[in-house]
Design a protein around this ligand. Structure first.
Ligand code: PBG
Length: 338
């Protein structure tokens, strides 16, 4: 870009552009749209259940009959995609997470139910075993080790049955090695040429996932789960670049970086280095942290939520998963922004 020497004060007054509302609106570099927003939805077995998640005010686990009204609200607000996460009954969990590959499992049934009513809504499903295993890990666990290649075989089956049920985007979220290539091949050989893969290419071993783990019931008797042999160390960024490189070469259609706000430097770095759509996830711990702050700043709620999300666009995100999805969509709709 050509460098032009700007005049100094008073030739340049940075506040000139900020003086009037129309001008501030006109000069906004980034805007949020409901098209950028993905609503995470928690589903559980049974009927007529709406269970509040105590650490995430305003977020619920619904039985599939109840989910349709939440989904309908999202669609009416202009949200174009949702991400589905199951809370599996303990009686269906085992050491290998075998319910993950049952084509009549909760996720598959719910995808069909939602697609039947809202065929144009994009549905994203996690490909990982943690909701299905008794130990709460994302992969096959043996002698204190998470077995990479054995886990891959199961992930492939899980991805194929989800695609078969009507899921549009499979999202491997477990940070195993080689899973994008394996899943891509499995999808291709089963005729799912257009099923997209959103790779959680850069997922940190973060302490901000706590409320999510209780929401899906994967906390093992509140014993701390250490996922640091597969998820990334929060101090690393070069490793993130390698992860993204690999997942692109293995056939990912888009990548996700997670958590969100504490990792915007990673998002920005990846955005500058790669030509691929990048998503971010404002995760459960961030959500509950922001809700805590809002409790003390009630009359500024909309601006706090908006600021917590516009920063993702500024850093280069194509889209954002956020538990504020319905609320931000309402804020955008009412144009009550800025
Ligand atoms: C698990 C998964 C996790 C999240 C999404 N998928 C948790 C984990 O890795 O333990 C976290 C999302 C959140 O905290 O909101 N495959």
């Amino acid at each position: 870009m050509k460098k032009i020497g700007h005049g100094s004060y008073p030739l340049t007054r940075m506040r000139r552009n900020r003086t009037k509302l129309f001008s501030r609106e006109l000069l906004k570099e980034n805007r949020l749209s409901t098209h950028d927003i993905i609503l995470p939805v928690f589903v559980t077995d049974g009927e007529k259940k709406t269970i509040p998640i105590t650490t995430m005010p305003g977020v619920f686990v619904h039985s599939s009959d109840k989910i349709l009204s939440t989904v309908e609200r999202a669609v009416n607000l202009g949200i174009k995609s949702i991400a589905l996460f199951p809370n599996i009954d303990n009686s269906l969990k085992d050491f290998e997470g075998s319910y993950a590959t049952d084509e009549n499992n909760l996720v598959c049934k719910t995808v069909k139910l939602i697609k039947d009513k809202f065929p144009d809504l994009g549905i994203i499903c996690d490909v990982a075993l943690d909701p299905y295993t008794t130990h709460g890990h994302d992969g096959i666990y043996s002698d204190g080790e998470i077995l990479n290649d054995k886990t891959l075989e199961i992930l492939c089956k899980q991805a194929v049955i989800q695609a078969h049920a009507g899921c549009d985007i499979v999202a491997p979220s477990d940070m195993m090695d080689g899973r994008i290539l394996a899943i891509r091949k499995a999808l291709e050989s089963n005729g799912f040429h257009n099923t997209q893969i959103m790779s959680y290419a850069v997922k940190y071993s973060s302490s901000f996932y706590g409320p999510f783990r209780s929401a899906i019931g994967s906390l093992n008797n509140s014993k701390k789960i250490d996922k640091s042999t597969y998820q990334m160390d929060p101090s690393n960024i070069k490793e993130a670049v390698r992860e993204v490189e690999l997942d692109i070469s293995e056939g990912a259609d888009m990548i996700l970086i997670k958590p969100g706000m504490p990792y915007l430097d990673v998002l920005s770095n990846i955005n500058q280095n790669f030509d691929i759509p990048i998503f971010s996830y404002q995760v459960s711990g961030e959500y509950s942290m922001i809700c805590g702050y809002i409790d003390n700043q009630k009359n500024n709620r909309s601006n706090i939520i908006l600021e917590s999300l516009i920063c993702f666009k500024r850093a280069g995100a194509t889209g954002i998963l956020t538990y504020f999805a319905l609320e931000i969509a309402e804020i955008i709709k009412s144009d009550n922004i800025g």
